[in-house]
Design a binder for this molecule. Structure first.
Ligand code: XMP
Length: 333
């Protein structure tokens, strides 16, 4: 646990000079830790794993094998974008695995959020182990763990009122066969972005809103079903589209849809229409430990509501969550 604690003397990385110093230190550390062995990276395409990828490419080049697992819980178009940017534009050593059925079968009927996280995390590692066995000489697993993940998991381990165990820390199976490389585990999110820009990653990628490891799995509340997951993916894409069009994407730290496992009575085409409610969440934060509610203009909320109820099968209401963190967490699970 020792090196999981951020030293009090560590300056907040808020400029390129500090970021470059951090990068130089990490590059040297990674080279020392890895030697001439190969590293497998879980490349989700989010800010954290993208920054880790860039750091590792800088440190060890082709010794890095990036694996993108589509767990079926990605946002609309996201896996395609990973293939486009990393596979094609950045010419990384990228392995793509479509594990949708495998995940959804394992998760069928599982309603408890922590159990869902554990299953998703454990499957991730198992898939990497399978990949590693196919590749030669993989000794390390790189992860985009960041400091808020560690802090909440430490609380959980100490038996304090755990908020939630983040899957990339708490869900590791005990038979893990890799040594971990976690170069950004002492950084807060705002620092990760500065480091990403210093590494030359595109602004849009570095400032993309964060997406949790368990993906839509913790937004399709309770036991996941394919139809509700699909409705969630479509509704979320509409929200993101409207935020882009209305200049909110850069202003709001994280915004998404969650869909609970309840139906209410509604009316569509003059008939009774039972459907799920889509819940809009749009929050601002610096480090994800607390969060405030961004004021979304009513016309945007009306537009999102009209589009989701008209375009998405199975949804008949749209709700707007006004709860800051605390008392709500950012995610609903
Ligand atoms: P909460 O819901 O704890 O979220 O207020 C804080 C930030 O963490 C993200 N989050 C996760 N990220 N694995 C992750 O990698 C997880 O299990 C997980 N749960 C929440 C959440 O999206 C928010 O940005």
């Amino acid at each position: 646990m020792e090196n999981n604690v951020r030293p009090e003397s560590m300056a907040r990385i808020n400029n390129f000079e500090l970021a470059n110093k951090f990068i130089d230190e990490k590059v040297a550390e990674i080279r020392k830790q890895v030697g001439d062995k190969k590293v497998l990276l879980a490349l989700s395409g989010g800010v954290d794993s993208s920054v880790v990828a860039a750091l590792l490419i800088k440190a060890i080049g082709k010794q890095l094998v990036c694996v993108h697992v589509n767990h079926g819980l990605m946002r609309k178009g996201e896996s395609e974008q990973v293939i486009e940017i990393f596979g094609k534009e950045m010419d990384a050593n990228l392995v793509y695995i479509d594990a949708t059925d495998r995940y959804l079968n394992k998760l069928a009927g599982v309603a408890d959020p922590e159990t869902k996280r554990k299953i998703i995390g454990a499957e991730f590692i198992r898939i990497f182990e399978e990949e590693a066995r196919k590749l030669e000489g993989i000794a390390f697993l790189a992860q985009g763990t960041i400091y808020p993940d560690i802090l909440e998991s430490i609380k959980a381990a100490e038996g304090k009122k755990a908020v939630k165990s983040h899957h990339n820390v708490g869900g590791l199976p005990e038979d893990l066969q890799f040594e971990l490389v976690e170069p950004i585990k002492l950084l807060f999110k705002d620092e990760v972005r500065v480091v990403g820009e210093a590494l030359g990653l595109p602004h849009a990628m570095v400032y993309r809103q964060p997406f949790p490891g368990p993906g839509l799995g913790v937004r399709c509340l309770g036991a996941i079903t394919r139809d509700r997951l699909e409705a969630l993916r479509e509704a979320d894409a509409i929200l993101r589209d409207e935020f882009d069009k209305n200049g909110l994407a850069e202003k709001v730290w994280q915004y998404f849809i969650a869909i609970p496992n309840i139906k209410s009575v509604g009316v569509k085409d003059e008939s009774r229409y039972e459907g799920w409610p889509a819940i809009i969440r749009a929050v601002n934060t610096k480090d994800a430990m607390t969060a405030t509610i961004e004021e979304i203009p009513y016309p945007v909320l009306h537009k999102v509501t009209a589009r989701i109820t008209a375009e998405v099968e199975g949804i008949n209401r749209v709700l707007y969550d006004l709860t800051p963190k605390p008392t709500g967490t950012i995610e609903w699970e």
